[in-house]
Design a protein around this ligand. Structure first.
Ligand SMILES: NC(=O)c1ccc[n+]([C@@H]2O[C@H](COP(=O)([O-])OP(=O)(O)OC[C@H]3O[C@@H](n4cnc5c(N)ncnc54)[C@H](OP(=O)(O)O)[C@@H]3O)[C@@H](O)[C@H]2O)c1
Length: 255
């Protein structure tokens, strides 16, 4: 959680200059907000997602704002094979030679249902997108992250992955797995690499996923995705060097 010396933290305009950052689910919601913010602060962003039209729109927004030229990498995390992730890593190595940041953000809500009635196919899809994909992507990209002098891996979590709650099924269980993966990876990388690994619970944010989870809620009362961007900037930039294995709550972060 946030400690006192970052309570007044603000992002320097050139915070992410020359950094190469890959963002999954970059076409909408928090993924879009973080990708455009990273680019505003100087990063070259690799936009990974399922819907090309949405990724192109983010690409255009970055270009119109005069940011570093982004890259688009369409990939459906539900059907992607281990080889697809290796191919992605080969492409990044060829184009950029290294990776300075990896933001796991894409998610599939699936269904809210009691475990006894949970649809098996939806279980597999949800675990695939929310848990297996971050594992396979991290594994494929690890050597690229080692090539960076100051790399950051961020997992987007959810409060339902920190405290189990009825009906959150495969999504909640996958997010709990993500928290554990973050801790294992942080422990494994702490001594021999310059990679830091942390997770963020963004809290309630206006998005398509949120509307699916809470259809009766008035989205107009929720913060926009831009509101949670500061903690993502902090963890991607050099000011968080040495911070690893921690769970962040975007609501407790300045911004
Ligand atoms: N919003 C909240 O209140 C809230 C609260 C806690 C945690 N979170 C977490 O925040 C993160 C971002 O979610 P969001 O709220 O910004 O929702 P969102 O706008 O619906 O974004 C989810 C993203 O994931 C992508 N995605 C889904 N399935 C995919 C697949 N098979 N392959 C590739 N990409 C896929 C979507 O792409 P398409 O649009 O192309 O399908 C979309 O860009 C998620 O990890 C979520 O669990 C959100």
């Amino acid at each position: 959680m946030v400690n006192t010396d970052i309570k007044d933290w603000i992002a320097a305009p050139d915070l992410l200059t020359d950094r190469i950052i890959l963002i999954t689910g970059a076409g909408s919601g928090i993924g879009r907000a973080t990708a455009t913010a990273f680019a505003r602060h100087g990063a070259t962003v690799i936009l990974l997602g399922r819907t090309v039209r949405k990724l192109e729109s983010v690409y255009d927004e970055i270009e119109d704002a005069g940011g570093p030229q982004a890259a688009i990498y369409p990939l459906d995390l539900c059907g992607a094979t281990p080889q697809d992730y290796e191919n992605l890593a080969v492409t990044i190595r060829k184009e950029f030679g290294r990776l300075d940041g990896l933001l796991h953000n894409a998610a599939l809500l699936g269904a809210l249902a009691p475990l006894t009635h949970f649809d098996t196919e939806l279980w597999f899809q949800s675990i695939q997108v929310n848990l297996t994909a971050p594992f396979l992507l991290t594994r494929a990209c690890l050597e690229l992250l080692v090539q960076s002098g100051d790399a950051s891996i961020v997992f987007t979590s959810d409060e339902t992955g920190r405290q189990g709650r009825a009906y959150w099924g495969a999504y909640g269980i996958a997010k709990a797995g993500v928290e554990c993966m973050m801790q294992i990876l942080a422990d494994e990388t702490e001594t021999n690499t310059r990679i830091r690994v942390n997770s963020i619970d963004p809290g309630p944010v206006r998005s398509a996923l949120r509307t699916l989870a809470y259809p009766g809620e008035n989205p107009g009362k929720l913060p926009l995705p831009d509101a949670v961007v500061p903690v993502y900037l902090y963890l991607m930039g050099p000011d968080s060097r040495g911070v690893t294995g921690q769970q962040f709550d975007a609501r407790a972060f300045p911004g």
